[in-house]
Structures are given as structure tokens and as C-alpha cells.
Design a protein around this ligand. Structure first.
Ligand code: ADP
Ligand code: MG
Length: 398
């Protein structure tokens, strides 16, 4: 993968238009999770170290081309300033000429945050006129929003076709991690796909089967595979209408030499509530009135062995209903195993997905993985083998 980075373009004295993802959770006007803000700091630091002046561009919420005050980026400003450690200027104007004048008045040492890109009707349509306006607000474009790279929007694609464009540090880290995991991985390569439903992950399963040596199927979606093999899964979450699809995936895996690992035992309970009376049963012995809510201990041992034999791990989707104790046990045990193999230098571990990140954070394993993507949708599309428009446009300039 070839693309330019902040090291490849002269930034001295130039306005660097940086597409970031400041679409952070806000409650009552206060940012409740600053993870995404913290992750853009290396890019801001390096732009300033090279004499550039950062002009920040981000979407926030879904105002759909309207100026909705409740979705102003002004509310993210205090958290941004706290993270940066000094004042950041905010430009509430949305008239392109006024914004341009504001960016031209920037002095070294200043950082300017612009208003929500989705206030402009042309943003989500990748309107060329809007892309030209965006391009007039900077001398160089830097995309540091991998999490938005699956969107062909004006602030992601259009502007990158006009200005000299490069990847920011977070974008660079995401792309390098994904390359190490899927494009050119050390083998054996094992993937874990878990979570609730097969239907949301069909494309992902299809792509991974052609790339990985072993595929661990866990979570609720394993039930659909088990049922397709004629196993009674009781009252478990299960997409019975996808039995044919599941059988087809199993046949494809066999044809392509990808070994599937399905659970051999399960933790079952009558209902999904904290500390429900749970028991371990072998697959094939799930009581009619019970639900599979986590992988059992023998399944976990099999997963741990697969991790030990692997050199690269890609993980999306928890192995059980981890939000409710004790059904976090299998996810936690497997995650901690992957974390210690990573620390021992025996495994490259890459994980992503909204609930997956929450589960890995909860178990304490996240910080010990090689890379945990905060990208959500873009990460999943990458695992599906799709070309992300925001990445493709950077590679054209690589
Ligand atoms: P991600 O957001 O990481 O892509 P998903 O959204 O696909 O992951 O799946 C996460 C959800 O799957 C969690 O809410 C979890 O409770 C649920 N889940 C996992 N295993 C089971 C199960 N056996 N029964 C019901 N829900 C499950
Ligand atoms: Mg989810």
C-alpha cells in the first residue's frame, strides 16, 4: 500500500486542512468519551512541528445539509482545547469566502476548528463545488479520519482530488495495522467472527474465508451454523432462515482450505439477565427451554490453542453476550490469551467493531493488543474486502 504521509509534503508556513473524526459522544453539551480526540493529537503535533497550521474539518451527527445548532462542533471545542492543552480557534461561519478569509489570517501556532461538514448540502453528495470551497481553505489536505474513509463525501474524496493529499498519523497507523493483518500477514492467520447475527456479517465471512487459515465462529451467529448442521439450539438467538447460507459458507470454507472452529460446548441459561442461573452443556445437549449465551470452557481451550498456533489474529465480534455477567467469560479469557501472546511477541493481534472494542476494554485486553481500531463501519468494510473511497484517493497520489 503506497500513500503519502506528513513526511512527504512540505508543510512549512502552509495551511494544512485536516479531515478528522470529531463525531464524539456528547451528553447535555459535554463530551463523554474523548478517545477519538486523543487519537488525532500526534497528527496535530507533527503538523505544527513541521511549521504547518492545522485547519480541522469534521462531521458531527446527521444534520443532513442543514445548519442544526444542536449539531454544532462548538460543543466539542472545550474537550478539544483540553486535549491539545491550549486554546483552539473556532470558526462558526459557513460562508465559504468568510471561512477562506479566516484560514488566510491564521498565524503559526494557531489551530482552527471549522463548523460541521454536514451542514453543507453538498458534503454527502461529494459535490465538486463544495470540494473546491473546502480546497480553498487549505494548501495541503491531510486525511486523519479512517473511521469516515468508507464515505465518498466532499471532505474525504473530493477535496483530496484537488489539493496535495496525505494520510495523517492515525490513518497511517490504521492502514499499516490492517495491512499487517490482512494484506500481507504472517501465517497462520486466524480470525474470530462473533457477535449477534450472521445476516449482518455475510460479506465479512465471505471475504475472510478466502484469506484466513482458521476461522473461529462465535457468539449468537455460531448458533445459526450449529442449527444448520441439525443441532438443536433451544431458545438461542438463531437465524433459522439462513441455514442454507450457513451451509454454503461451510462448503466454501472446506473448498478453500479454511478450517472453521465452531463451539463444542456452551454456557446456557433460561434468560439473559445478570447472574442468571447458568450451566455448561455440550453442543447437542442444549435444553429446549434454554439459550446459549456464551462459549463453554472446552470451546475456549480450542480457541486458545488456535491462537497459540497462529502468528496473526483478526477479531470482530464477541464470543457471548458479554454485556451481562457471567456471559463475558469466554470473550474475556480468549482476549486475555491473545493479549499475552501479543506481549510475548508471538502474535500480531488486530481487533475492531463497536461492541468488540467495548468488550476488549472491559476485559482489560484492549491496550495489550497490537492494534484496536476505533473505526467501526470503516473497519468492517475493510474486513469485507471493500475498497474505501477515502483510502483509494490517497493511494492515487501515493
Ligand atoms: P461488533 O459491534 O463488534 O461488530 P456485533 O454488533 O456483531 O459486534 O455483536 C455484538 C452483540 O452480540 C453483543 O450485543 C452481544 O451481546 C451479542 N451476542 C453475542 N453472543 C450472543 C449470544 N450467544 N446470544 C445473544 N447475543 C449475543
Ligand atoms: Mg455492534
Amino acid at each position: 500500500m503506497r500513500f503519502r504521509t506528513l513526511d512527504d509534503i512540505d508543510l512549512a508556513g502552509r495551511r494544512v486542512l485536516v479531515r478528522v473524526d470529531l463525531n464524539v459522544p456528547v451528553e447535555n453539551g459535554v463530551v463523554t468519551d474523548t478517545t477519538r480526540i486523543a487519537r488525532i493529537l500526534p497528527t496535530l503535533r507533527d503538523i505544527e512541528a513541521k511549521g504547518g497550521m492545522p485547519v480541522l474539518l469534521s462531521h458531527f451527527g446527521r444534520p443532513k445539509g442543514q445548519e442544526v445548532p444542536a449539531m454544532s462542533l462548538a460543543q466539542v471545542l472545550p474537550a478539544l482545547q483540553e486535549a491539545v492543552g491550549r486554546p483552539v480557534a473556532f470558526c462558526p461561519e459557513t460562508d465559504p469566502e468568510a471561512v477562506r478569509a479566516r484560514t488566510l489570517a491564521l498565524k503559526p501556532g494557531e489551530i482552527l476548528l471549522l463548523e460541521n461538514t454536514r451542514f453543507y448540502p453538498g458534503e454527502e453528495k461529494n459535490d465538486p463545488a463544495l470540494a473546491r470551497s473546502f480546497a480553498s481553505w487549505g494548501d495541503v489536505f491531510c486525511n486523519d479520519a479512517f473511521s469516515a474513509a468508507h464515505r465518498a463525501h466532499a471532505s474525504i474524496v473530493g477535496v483530496a482530488q484537488i489539493l496535495p493529499a496525505c494520510a495523517g498519523r492515525l490513518m497511517e497507523a490504521e492502514l499499516r495495522a490492517l495491512e499487517a493483518a490482512l494484506e500481507d500477514p504472517a501465517r497462520p492467520l486466524v480470525a474470530v467472527v462473533g457477535g449477534a447475527k450472521v445476516s449482518t456479517k455475510l460479506a465479512l465471512l465471505g471475504n475472510l474465508i478466502g484469506r484466513v487459515d482458521r476461522l473461529v465462529i462465535g457468539g449468537g451467529m455460531a448458533n445459526t451454523f450449529l442449527a444448520a448442521q441439525g443441532v438443536d439450539v433451544g431458545r438461542s438467538l438463531c437465524e433459522h432462515d439462513l441455514a442454507d447460507t450457513a451451509r454454503e459458507i461451510m462448503a466454501q470454507a472446506a473448498a478453500r482450505g479454511c478450517e472453521l472452529l465452531l463451539p463444542v460446548d456452551a454456557v446456557v441459561a433460561e434468560e439473559l439477565r445478570p447472574h442468571a442461573r447458568a450451566q455448561v452443556v455440550d453442543i447437542g445437549h442444549v435444553p429446549r427451554d434454554m439459550m446459549i449465551l456464551d462459549a463453554g470452557p472446552r470451546s475456549v481451550v480450542a480457541i486458545e490453542r488456535a491462537f497459540e498456533a497462529a502468528r496473526t489474529l483478526v477479531w470482530n465480534g464477541p464470543l457471548g453476550a458479554f454485556e451481562v455477567e457471567p456471559f463475558n467469560a469466554a470473550t474475556d479469557a480468549a482476549a486475555l490469551k491473545a493479549a499475552s501472546l501479543t506481549e510475548a511477541g508471538r502474535l500480531v493481534s488486530v481487533a475492531g467493531g463497536g461492541d468488540t472494542v467495548a468488550a476488549l476494554n472491559r476485559s482489560g485486553a484492549a491496550a495489550r493488543f497490537s492494534y484496536v481500531s476505533t473505526a467501526g463501519g470503516a473497519f468492517l468494510e475493510w474486513l469485507e474486502g471493500k475498497t474505501l473511497p477515502g483510502v483509494a484517493v490517497l493511494m492515487q497520489q501515493g
